[in-house]
Structures are given as C-alpha cells and as structure tokens.
Design a binder for this molecule. Structure first.
Ligand code: 9MR
Length: 464
C-alpha cells in the first residue's frame, strides 16, 4: 500500500500487584498506580474489556528493548508480515509457519492474544498465486484460508479474513485483482471457509482509507450489512487508521455506524504522522472508548524505527524506546474510559508466591490438587473481563482443569487460551494444546469476557 492516507488502590494493593506482576513475569492486567489508574496500555485497555496491541516482526524478537516494551505494554499481537500468504504458503500446498508460530508462541507465553493478519490480500500473494486466475485460483484461495485458519485454530482472537478488497476513490466498489476476478462472491466464500476451519475466531474485514464516512467505507458498510442479512459469518471490521495529523471529524460516527450493524469494530494498524500526532492519538483512542463495540486498538509497530512509514515517526515510542507525548495521551484516554472501581485483582484469594512448605514432610505429594487458580477481574458497566492464573504446585502439570462458579446473572460471552463447558453458574475450563504443560511452580493464564457482574467468581484447579 502506498502513503495514500491523509488523513488506574492503595499501597497494599499496589504491593500485591507488584508481587503478582513479578510472579507472572509479564503481567499486564495488574499494573496499577496508587490512584487506580493503570500504567501500561494493555492494563489500561483491559479495564474496559478492551485490548491494546502492536504489530510485531519475528526478526525483532531478539531485540531486548523491543521485546521489553512489547511484554510490558501490549496484550494483543498482530504478525506484521509473517501470517500473510507469501509467508505461509510459498509454494502451492506447501505451508511454512515458522515465523508466524514464533510470534504466536511469544505472544501466548507472555499472556497476550493474537490477531491473525491476513488470509487473503491482493498484495503479498506468493508468485505462484499471482500468476493464477479463475477457478484454479479460487480453489487455491479457499484451500489457503482453510489450511492457515486450521493451523492456527483456537489460537487467534480475530482474523483479517480479507484485507483491502475495496477500491479507493468515489466508486465505493471492489478493487480489481486476480482475487476479485474469480467472482464477486470470493469474500463471502473466504469468510465461510474461515468459519468452518476455526469457529472460535472472530472474522474481520480490514481496510484503509475507511476511517471516515466516505464512498469506500460506505461500500464496505453495505457489504457488511448484506452479509449480516444473509447470514454470511462476519464478526468485525478493522479500520487500519494510517493517519496524518488528525482523524476525520466523523471517525467516531463511522465506527458507530458499523457497530450498529452488529459487528465489533477494531482499530487495526494505527499510526499517525505529522506534528499534531500526539493530539490525534488521544482523539482516536477516545473515539474507540466511546463506541461500546470498539474492541481494541493496535498500533502498526512499536517504536518509530519499527514503522513502515520510514522517517515519519508515527508511533508511541521513539527509536530509543522512550514513551512519547502521544503515549501519555493514549494512556490517559484508556484510563478515562471506565472510571468505575477497576479491579479486585489486587487481593488475590490464593497466595501469589508459591507457598510450598518450608518443611517438606511429604515431598512426593506436596500439592494434592496439583495446581491453584486465582481470578483477577476487570469490571465495567454491564460486563467484565476475568483473567485466571493457573499455577502448578510442586509437580509439573500435563493438562489442567479449572472450575469457576459465576455469580447469578453473569454469563461467559467469549474466552481465550482455554475451552469452556457451560457459560453460567459452574463453568469448567480445560487447557488448550499450547498451555497444557506448566512447569512446577510456574503459571499460565487464560481469560474470558462476560456479561453481568463477575464480582465474587470462585475458582478451583485440578491436574487432568
Ligand atoms: O508493515 C508491512 C510492511 O513491512 C510490508 O512491507 C508491507 C507489504 O505490503 O505491508 C505492511 O503492512 C501493511 C498491512 O499488512 C496491510 N495494511 C497496510 C500495511 C502498511 O503497508
């Protein structure tokens, strides 16, 4: 794509939070200051049930400054290039997931979720697909969607199923591409294939220059409305928001009109160039916070030096990894989103430091249950996000089960990093493949979002 876009506790609590953060190594949700304001982007967003993410490049996972910021600030990750078609299927039917998996594993092992980007895009098609047309290409496209979504099944919060399929300018129509030429129904076919392959992932359409109400965004709006009316499985729309100096005046109204169609809206690739960028970051964040179905914000990179917009310095951290004014504006807006009492995670029911007896009289079965679980809660009006920490006892876990009891009126609506049986009352949770193994004394986390009041959820853990 070219540069065509113009456009929250007390000192005891703080101590407990710090201890927990240390125990978790990379906790995001529990970082709060004395006045209750969260001090990282991810923790601040989580207070209102939202996420804050960054695009991550596999090649930078060895850069300690980069990784420290990533681990501290963000709770959602998008692979900048590593899950695209050219990266994942370099030869027809030959799949290559090394770098995508590297990013996923880093995210998951640090308690972060992933957005998948992108299953079908007219750019970054592998050469072999670029040379195809018609029914052969249609078959290859759908196989690609099925294979990649199946590989990552259960591990992706939301997929950009189709990226940038609409034309710029006033037509409001589709962009020409070999994908489009396989037939106008290619987008819905891709969404159906993705749903069949990974029913747990939210499925998004993602595009740029759609940040205000214009011909292009209206074309997409009409497509989403049509999809919803015909039962084509679409759950979310991504607004890339590559901006300069400001967001369009009708940015929030545009997000809201999509949200009113019954889809989640997500800001997926935010970067803002220009001298007014700090203010604009605040405005964009406030707009998302004002739209109930705006699930979260992702910036396209971490430091200015990581940006694809070389020299424009459009991100929240400078090249040395220092926070910029824009960072402070975003953090303030995230913290202002929900002024209600944020959390009870600061008084965990189970000890945060593993309390293995100092006189181990029965060293063979030191922890009959094998594990403990503690719940930290981020409530907001009408709902909550619960983060559950599963800690292995003196033996490693090879599979675990957590039983939570939800208060009357609370119901699970969405979950990550565990599979649930039931949504109300007693809900049981089982590990997924990638967090089955937990070393002795170590922890893993899963989470869920719910409606109602989650206050008072209890949890027990057992090895399985
Ligand atoms: O940031 C990505 C850059 O490293 C790649 O070279 C480029 C290839 O086209 O894609 C960039 O990411 C794009 C994203 O996948 C889709 N929306 C526009 C982003 C910036 O071009």
């Amino acid at each position: 794509m070219n540069m065509k876009m113009t456009s929250r506790s007390l000192s005891r609590a703080a101590l407990a939070s710090t201890l927990l953060a240390a125990a978790l190594g990379a906790s995001l949700v529990l970082v709060t200051s004395a006045d209750g304001a969260a001090s990282t982007l991810g923790a601040a967003a989580a207070q209102s049930g939202r996420y804050f993410g960054a695009a991550v490049a596999a090649g930078k996972l060895g850069d300690s400054t980069y990784v420290n910021i990533l681990n501290r600030e963000f709770n959602m990750v998008t692979a900048e290039n590593e899950m695209k078609w050219d990266a994942t299927e370099p030869n027809p039917g030959q799949f290559s997931y090394g770098n995508g998996d590297r990013i996923l594993n880093h995210a998951v092992s640090n308690g972060k979720r992933m957005r998948g980007h992108a299953l079908l895009w007219y750019q970054q098609e592998p050469g072999w697909a670029q040379r195809m047309e018609g029914s052969g290409l249609r078959q290859a496209m759908m196989n690609h969607v099925t294979q990649v979504a199946s590989h990552y099944k259960g591990k992706i919060y939301a997929w950009d199923v189709v990226n940038e399929a609409f034309a710029d300018g006033g037509s409001g129509g589709r962009r020409d591409s070999n994908l489009q030429r396989t037939g106008n129904d290619w987008i819905e076919a891709a969404f159906r294939a993705a749903r069949a392959a990974d029913p747990g992932a939210k499925l998004c359409y993602n595009d740029y220059n759609t940040d205000g109400i214009n011909a292009k965004s209206t074309g997409i709006y009409n497509m989403v409305r049509d999809f919803k009316s015909r039962g084509v499985p679409i759950d979310c729309v991504g607004f890339q928001s590559h901006l300069t100096n400001s967001a369009p005046g009708d940015y929030q109204a545009n997000l809201q009109r999509f949200a009113d169609l019954g889809v989640e809206v997500q800001i997926t690739e935010l970067d803002i160039a220009g001298s007014n960028m700090a203010n604009a970051y605040g405005a964009v964040t406030r707009a998302c916070m004002a739209v109930t179905r705006c699930a979260g914000i992702t910036t396209w990179g971490i430091r200015d030096t990581d940006s694809w917009r070389g020299g424009e310095n459009p991100l929240l951290f400078d090249g040395n990894g220092n926070k910029k004014a824009a960072y402070n504006n975003v953090l303030t807006a995230l913290n202002a989103a929900n002024p209600t009492t944020p959390t009870t995670p600061t008084t965990p029911t189970t000890p945060t430091t593993p309390t293995t007896p100092t006189t181990p009289t029965t060293p063979t079965t030191p922890n009959p249950g094998g594990c403990t679980a503690s719940v930290s809660l981020n409530p907001w009006t009408g709902g909550f996000v619960a983060t559950v920490k599963v800690t292995a006892g003196a033996s490693a876990l090879d599979g675990w089960r957590v039983t939570t009891v939800l208060p009357a009126g609370a119901a699970v609506t969405n979950a990550w990093s565990a599979t649930n049986t039931g949504t109300t009352g007693t809900v049981t949770w089982a590990n997924v493949d990638y967090n089955r193994s937990v070393a002795a004394g170590q922890s893993t986390e899963f989470g869920f979002q719910g409606t109602g009041n989650g206050q008072g959820i209890t949890s027990t853990c057992a090895a399985s």
